[in-house]
Design a protein around this ligand. Structure first.
Ligand code: NAD
Ligand code: DAU
Length: 351
């Protein structure tokens, strides 16, 4: 079946893996990657597939209501996989409004444009909203987030994502929108922007810079390899039941300080440095305000109903991730220097 699928945020970390997966796997689909190319968007992530006939890039901002409506009317997307977002908690603490604009108003623009197109017949149409486990707030030392856990967001980022989840659900109830939502735990892997814990620390270790661990480092996250998230998104998009939420996680909890110590020892080994040298870079710094203590996902629903589970262990995934950063030092250099932002102009001006 020919389908026209809009993937938003496809130049970002997770989005680029999702776009690649869909472009390669579904050659009979037309895949449209819509991205505003903010600081987090990097088209170099998609160099290997950018000339494929079933792929098209659209530079647009989801907060631009008229432009989004025009694009939906023009291309008549029958499926949307929505990942575009402001995604970094620390940035949301500095500038909450930017998160409300993109994550809430941007999502509403997409919902309205999709509704205007298909309101009279939703058959075969699907809006997939990609969300985060942070909407559930924080866990104590025990327990897991299930699909029934009530929302209790603690940061401006998670509050904006929670709000967008609610809007998606409300469009289902009010207008009959066919939707699915997934809430995933922390991703890691290639092409991760080096402001988040794992890529930041890999970059800092390479450059012998300090490793700023927030607070006492006893915060826990549940880590998932990004390609396993892309595979889960494929399953939810194609097999998920309308109006359902699926929690996605790695069955893989790590305290930050333990993860950092593992990363340090792997990096020492791979860089041929004396054992213990990276760990000396660890510096405990002021805590993040409103820092959630622990996230951990119960991913049994997606496991049982859709047959998904992570395909790599954390040790394998982390090792592959470090290797990717060491083999792609040019990508890292271009991202940290800002040069990657010229890629769009250079590539698209010669087409
Ligand atoms: P990212 O910050 O790496 O990428 C976001 C992408 O969205 C970028 O390409 C950026 O240019 C684009 N974008 C931002 N604002 C835009 C706008 N106004 N219009 C159009 N495009 C815009 O984010 P990520 O880590 O890849 O996360 C992708 C999605 O997955 C987000 O919705 C996030 O909430 C969710 N998520 C992330 C994680 C994680 O661990 N990274 C976990 C669970 C859920
Ligand atoms: O849980 C899913 C979420 O995971 C996603 O929705 C977010 O988009 C994504 O950014 C991520 O949020 P976190 O805040 O958990 O990720 P981050 O990499 O920023 O931080 C991970 C942990 O490491 C967290 O406890 C804060 C800590 N940390 C982070 C940084 C950047 C440090 O101790 N030092 C740091 O420099």
């Amino acid at each position: 079946m020919n389908r026209k699928i809009l993937i938003t945020g496809g130049a970002g970390f997770i989005g680029s893996h999702v776009v690649r997966f869909f472009v390669k796997e579904y050659q009979n689909y037309e895949i449209y990657n819509l991205d505003a190319l903010t600081y987090a968007g990097n088209l170099e992530n998609l160099k290997d597939i950018e000339k494929r006939p079933n792929y098209k890039f659209i530079k647009a901002d989801i907060t631009n209501e008229n432009e989004i409506r025009r694009l939906f009317q023009k291309y008549k997307f029958d499926g949307v996989i929505h990942l575009a977002a402001e995604s970094h908690v620390d940035r949301s603490i500095k500038d909450p409004l930017a998160f409300a604009r993109t994550n809430i108003l941007g999502t509403l623009n997409l919902l309205n444009s999709f509704k205007e197109l298909w309101f009279n017949d939703w058959t075969g149409k699907r809006f997939y909203h990609v969300s985060t486990d942070e909407v559930y707030g924080t866990l104590g030392n025990t327990g897991l987030f299930t699909e029934e856990t009530s929302y209790s967001p603690n940061s401006p980022y998670s509050a904006s994502k929670a709000s967008s989840d609610h809007f998606v659900r409300s469009y289902g109830e009010t207008y009959g929108l066919r939707y699915v939502i997934s809430n995933c735990s922390n991703n890691y892997g290639p092409n991760h922007f080096p402001e988040k814990l794992i890529p930041l620390f890999i970059n800092n270790i390479i450059n012998n810079k300090s490793l700023p661990v927030y607070g006492n480092g006893n915060y826990t996250r549940d880590w998932l390899y990004v390609i396993d998230h892309a595979i889960a998104i494929d399953k939810v998009f194609h097999q998920g039941v309308n109006e359902n939420t699926y929690n996605i996680g790695g069955f893989n909890e790590w305290k930050n300080i333990d993860l950092v110590n593992l990363l340090c020892s792997l990096m020492d080994e791979k860089l041929g440095r004396e054992s213990g040298s990276s760990e000396k870079l660890v510096t405990f710094v002021k805590d993040r305000p409103g820092h959630d203590l622990r996230y951990a996902i119960d991913a049994n629903k997606i496991n049982k109903e859709l047959g998904w589970k992570p395909s790599v262990t954390f040790e394998q995934g982390l090792s592959m991730t470090i290797d990717w950063y060491l083999q792609n030092s040019e990508w890292l250099e271009r991202v940290t220097s800002g040069n990657y932002q010229n890629y769009y102009n250079n590539f698209y001006s010669i087409r």
